[in-house]
Design a protein. Sequence first.
Length: 172
Amino acid sequence: CKHVYSVVGQSSSDLYQEGKYVLLDTRKSFSDKIKNFDSLRILGQIRKRLPNAKRLLDFGCGKGVFLSALDNSWTAVGVETSAERAEFGKAQYGVDISIQFYQGGTIKEGKYDVITSFHVLEHLPDPKALFSELIERNLNHNGMLILEVPLLNSWQSRIAGKNWIQLDPPLH
């Protein structure tokens, strides 16, 4: 299947709590310009497929970069486990981010037209169970789920080589 993975001796939550993921303000960086371009591209695809979509949940939203690309036609919420990242997104982007460790159930009012989740699956011990619950309890019947994971043969990976940000063992 061409998946690449690493085996971690300690839990991923321990790795995050040890400070391996430092919050950086990257709002004026080249990396953020790429993220903003990608966000607008993804939103364009959503509008093509679901022109009447109004409610969006960004699961594992980090600092809220994707949420910040949405226009006023959306009612959107993000979910983030890192309080520091969520607070940054609220303060710097003015987006709605719920700080929680999701273990099941409905998020806010539930029934979203679109659920996005960028670079989250690779951090979960049991993504199938968690996403089954997330989808069942929170996604509209005809809604759209958008998942993104690091792609080893992406153009970003090829350009950056061994310095690609997603090559961050054991976290990525």
